[in-house]
Design a protein around this ligand. Sequence first.
Ligand SMILES: [Zn+2]
Length: 272
Amino acid sequence: MRILIVTDIEGVASVVHPEQTREGNAEYEIARRWMTREASAAVCGAFDGGASEVRVNDSHGSYRNLLADELDPRARLVHGKPRTLGMMGGLEAGFAGVMLVGFHSRAQTQGVLAHTINSAAFARVWLNGKELGEAGLYGALAGELGVPVIFASGDDIFAGETRPLFPHCVFTVTKQATGRHSAISLSPQASCEAIRAGARQAMAAIGPASPLLLDTPVQARLQTQTPAHADLFCQWPALERIDGVTLQFSAASVEHALRMLNCLSAMASALR
Ligand SMILES: [Zn+2]
């Protein structure tokens, strides 16, 4: 059984502030170590549960956060950007499952550091009329490759919004969100123990899990953070403007929809 572990940082235990997520800050250097430990805990759980191969992808910011020499050496590390599958980099058809570690809730919710792909540019994203965050968007991309999401960790708001998408997924709640920048958190050590146990449990329950499948072509809708972002994005002829901050486009697949969203996210830097 081959497993991909996708790692982000905002849902890691004891991470609550943007400075912990941005390079160039002393606190970030501590938080990336916690992120690496939670990734390794999931690697341990996957192997405890019978995985034959585990890849860990780094999916926060620059995609260069995990400390390679501290990651469980049994895993292969997928890092660096840009890459075509974005947060699903390293996934192939035939993998048994995907684990999402350190994830956060979607933009406009009450979760810790909630956002969707690009906090400066994107306010809300819908595929086929369903509003999704990163777990849902990329879970649907994994689904397109026939792979189910079997385990996820993050705060309680993330778990609550994501659970209905993946009914057989095992969740580990790392912290209770008490605001955008505050939480009641497990300690890093306790969180790692819970993630290892949850990942092992997910491996045992892999049978009934089914991939998240969306109808194609995919109808994507995007609400931008400002009208200036919509002004910029609708220069792309494939995008239709609905109102000051809403755009829509059609994509042949979830993969193509995400590639478009990631292109728009990169374009958004023109407005900074
Ligand atoms: Zn992130």
